[in-house]
Design a protein around this ligand. Structure first.
Ligand code: GRF
Length: 194
C-alpha cells in the first residue's frame, strides 16, 4: 500500500505522552492507519522525545502560532483523517475546530460530564473524584468542540474507586484503561466501524 493511501492520524500532546506512545506503537505497522505527526505546545513535553524515537515528525508551537492559524496550516499539510488530543491542555481555537468537523477527539481521565471543564486535568481530576467519594471513575473519549470537555461522547469505560485510593493510585488505574482503549477506539473510528 502506498504511504498516501494510509489514514492519517495527528496527535496533540502537552506532557508525558504515554498515550501518544501507545498510539505510535499500536499503529506502527498497521495496514490502514499511520501516526503522521505529533504537535506540542510544551518544549519540555516528553511526548516530543517519544515522537522522535518513533521517527514521527514532531512540531513545537507557541500560543501565537496556535491562534494565528499557523498551526492549523501545518496540520492541514498532513491531511489528517483524525486528530487525537492525548493530554493536550490548551483549548482548540474555534477556527481549528471548524476546519476539522467530527475529526478531533479528546481523551479525558474521568466519566464526563462529571469532573470536566477548565482546570480539570491530571491530578486535579482524580483529587476531585476522591473528594466527591465517587464509587467509580474511568475514561471518556469524546469529540472536541470549542468548549473544554463538552463535545459528544464516543466511548466510556469505568473502573472502581477503591477505599484506600490516593490520586496517584487512581490515576494509574485510569491511565491503564486509556492505554488499552484509546488505540482501539481510534482504529474503529478510522475503519468506519464507529
Ligand atoms: C491522560 O490522563 C489523559 O486522559 C489526560 O492527560 C493525561 C495524559 O497522559 N487528558 P499522557 O501524557 O498520555 O501520559
Amino acid at each position: 500500500m502506498a504511504a498516501s493511501t494510509y489514514k492519517h492520524l495527528v496527535i496533540f500532546a502537552s506532557g508525558s505522552g504515554s498515550n501518544a506512545q501507545r498510539l505510535m506503537e499500536y499503529f506502527k505497522d498497521h495496514p490502514v492507519i499511520r501516526v503522521v505527526a505529533l504537535f506540542s505546545n510544551n518544549p519540555a513535553a516528553y511526548a516530543l522525545e517519544r515522537a522522535w524515537q518513533f521517527g514521527v515528525p514532531a512540531h513545537l508551537f507557541n500560543r501565537e502560532a496556535f491562534r494565528d492559524g499557523t498551526v492549523l496550516r501545518q496540520v492541514q499539510e498532513y491531511q489528517p483523517d483524525l486528530i487525537v488530543l492525548a493530554g493536550f491542555l490548551w483549548l482548540m481555537p474555534a477556527g481549528f475546530v471548524q476546519a476539522f468537523p467530527r475529526q478531533i477527539i479528546n481523551i479525558h481521565p474521568a466519566l464526563l460530564p462529571k469532573f470536566g471543564g477548565k482546570g480539570m486535568h491530571g491530578q486535579h481530576v482524580h483529587t476531585a473524584v476522591l473528594a466527591n467519594q465517587e464509587k467509580e471513575s474511568g475514561i471518556t473519549i469524546h469529540y472536541v468542540n470549542e468548549h473544554y470537555d463538552q463535545g459528544a461522547i464516543l466511548y466510556q469505560h469505568s473502573c472502581p474507586v477503591e477505599s484506600q485510593d490516593t490520586p496517584d493510585l487512581l490515576a494509574k488505574r485510569v491511565l491503564a484503561l486509556e492505554h488499552t482503549y484509546l488505540p482501539r477506539v481510534v482504529e474503529e473510528l478510522l475503519s468506519g466501524k464507529k
